[in-house]
Design a protein around this ligand. Structure first.
Ligand SMILES: [Zn+2]
Length: 124
């Protein structure tokens, strides 16, 4: 996974759980493909991925400029993220709920673990 992100020049992928990696990967590949297909030797312009993060329980990906076909993929992934556990990638028993002030999209198992961890963390 590290190699993969190095290739795409993404250093900051710590803000979402690895369960969403499968949603992010096709977008990185599509951006890469787009950049190769539209490469302009004179301008050296490329689409960059500004940000990959979690906000209000959903995935957010921002690209450096607007390309309809890529934006469509991004919206689809963002929608799917609400049905995909951020921690383990499960697609069943997934819900977006507020846990101590934060929205998290998790499956029932990961939610239990997350809540326990949170309790431990609050105690210390
Ligand atoms: Zn899970």
């Amino acid at each position: 996974m590290n190699e993969f992100f190095k290739y795409y020049n993404i250093n900051d992928y710590h803000s979402t759980g690895k369960g969403w990696f499968k949603l992010v990967k096709p977008i990185l590949e599509a951006v890469d493909r787009y950049n190769k297909e539209h490469y302009n030797i004179y301008t050296d312009e490329k689409i960059e991925i500004f940000d990959i993060k979690e906000k209000f329980g959903g995935l957010r990906i921002s690209l450096s400029y607007y390309v309809p076909e890529l934006e469509a993929l991004v919206s689809e992934a963002e929608e799917t993220s609400y049905k995909t556990c951020e921690e383990c990638g499960a697609e069943e028993n997934v819900s977006t709920e507020k846990i101590t002030g934060w929205y998290k999209t998790l499956c029932d198992n990961c939610r239990k673990k997350f809540e326990e961890k949170r309790k431990e963390w609050l105690k210390s």
